[in-house]
Design a protein around this ligand. Structure first.
Ligand code: GDP
Ligand code: ZN
Length: 458
């Protein structure tokens, strides 16, 4: 158990109707009790109770805020330590004043991710679950949230643990063989290696297959909306954003001056590139110049090419259609509420029917068809995998690749009749790499690196 007591604001900073100061550690109750004026003395409060009262400054008795204080005694708490959560009124002032008092009472400010780190160190959750907490905080769509939640509940770990058990049993078998190297035992061992490693390898590959989908759900599909001025790019963006008001977020531009925005299309997060250019209302000045479009086009996982149903194809558009053949394009024929002047046949000769969608951004029609087309392009029609155990974390993916390689090496070596004690090294490596996913056998510095990605208060 860790010995000191830590605190931080656990809710997002800013305006909200309530905010929570979370305190965790052996002295959590003892330190907060003197600050809490109420019918009940916090020291006598039962575990898992919510207590009404006021936070007061013990120096002068001044009331700081009216609060609800939740007491959760370890090990039945998030960190497995004693936890006290003070729900204050929202707004920065109330919660900061309460936090200040708490820190003055001899509680240390928590580092980012320290609560989750303690939950991990105290054996409440494993590393894959802890990392899923980061994903939960960051998830950009409902779907990504569900995937992260499943993982935080231990879905991935449940798949990894039995694989490691099979490998450790195999290692035990191999060990016996090294001690008693009779010939028939050696043959049995070689076939056991091929069989077990083969089974584990198949399972590892299965997990890796989900990685591509997992990455998309977690990080979003990088999407460029392109088209001539007036085709309806801004209107399409607005139509997409409208359906998703709650999840539209501004991600500050990265290295370049490109602003990104996320919308969710039936659970698939789209990261829209260069929305600054698209949002620009004065389309007279073509903000998405050819140069900028080019950059966005090269970077995009998905290109939405917007054409105007009401205008004949322009030579720029003909060139684009040609250039974009073979790329992940969906042609969005906009303004179908207006009379058709566009040479649709020409578009159809270059792109499959399922890649062409007719919409009216103005009237909001055809958006579902667009959703289906995107889903088809990226997930073969459906993203409903039987279970939501997507491997989406880069660290997990590289460890799974490493384990697969070691298993393949072991199998190859067994077939070639290489001495068992050499093969043992590969099997042990696979066992260790899988272990790193769930946090067995990871070093302190990697832990620090992982947990420092958290925001404060988690
Ligand atoms: P952008 O230059 O490609 O971003 O195009 P805008 O989204 O700014 O749209 C250009 C004009 O077309 C605006 O006057 C829009 O109101 C209009 N517009 C966009 N979509 C539609 C549509 O589906 N139907 C109709 N009738 N007009 C549209
Ligand atoms: Zn525009």
């Amino acid at each position: 158990m860790t010995e000191d007591t830590i605190a931080a604001v656990a809710t997002a900073l800013g305006e909200g109707s309530i905010a929570v100061v979370r305190v965790s550690g052996p002295e959590a109750v003892e330190r907060i009790a003197p600050l809490f004026r109420s019918k009940t003395d916090l020291r006598e409060a039962k575990t898992h109770t919510v207590n009404y009262g006021w936070i007061v400054d013990p120096a002068d008795g001044a009331v700081v805020d009216e609060v609800l204080v939740t007491v959760m005694k370890g090990p039945r708490s998030f960190t497995a330590e004693d936890v006290v959560e003070i729900s204050t009124h929202g707004g920065i002032v109330a919660v900061q004043s309460v936090l200040e008092l708490v820190l003055r009472s001899g509680v240390r400010m928590a580092e980012p991710g320290e609560f989750t780190k303690r939950a991990f160190l105290n054996g409440r959750i494993d590393l894959a679950q802890a990392e899923a907490v980061i994903d939960l905080i960051r998830s950009k769509s409902n779907r990504a949230f569900q995937v992260a939640r499943r993982q935080s509940e231990g879905a991935l770990s449940k798949k990894i643990v039995p694989l490691r058990r099979q490998l450790i049993e195999l290692l035990a078998h191999v060990e016996v063989n090294i001690d008693y190297p009779e010939h028939d035992v050696a043959e049995m061992t070689a076939s056991a290696i091929t069989e077990t490693c083969g089974k584990v390898l198949e399972a590892v590959r299965g997990l890796l297959k989900t990685a591509a989908e997992g990455k998309i759900l977690r990080e979003g599909i990088v999407t460029a909306i392109v088209g001539r001025p007036n085709a309806g790019k801004s209107s399409l963006l607005n139509a997409l954003a409208q359906d998703n008001k709650a999840i539209v977020t501004d991600i500050p531009g990265t290295t370049r001056d490109i602003v990104e925005e996320s919308v969710s299309l039936s659970g698939i997060p789209l990261r829209l590139l260069d929305t600054a250019g698209i949002r620009e209302t004065s389309d007279v000045v073509e903000r998405i110049g050819v140069e900028r479009s080019r950059g966005a086009l090269n970077e995009a996982d998905l290109i939405l090419l917007v054409l105007n149903h009401n205008e004949p194809l322009h030579e720029d558009e003909r060139r684009l259609l040609e250039e974009l053949e073979g790329r992940p394009v969906i042609v969005v024929v906009n303004k179908i509420d207006l009379p058709g002047r566009l040479e649709l046949d020409e578009v159809r000769s270059r792109f499959e029917a399922e890649r062409i969608v007719e919409i009216s951004a103005k009237e909001g029609t055809g958006i579902e068809a667009l959703e289906r087309a995107v889903s088809k392009l990226f997930f073969g029609g459906s993203i409903e995998s039987e279970d939501l155990t997507y491997v989406s974390n880069a660290r997990h993916i590289s460890l799974l690749h490493g384990a697969a390689k070691s298993l393949q090496d072991a199998m190859g070596a067994a077939e070639e009749g290489i001495p068992i004690d050499l093969i043992q090294i590969d099997i042990a490596a696979a066992w260790e790499q899988l272990g790193e996913i769930v946090g067995d056998s990871v070093g302190e510095s990697l832990l620090d690196q992982i947990f420092s990605q958290f925001c404060l208060g988690k």
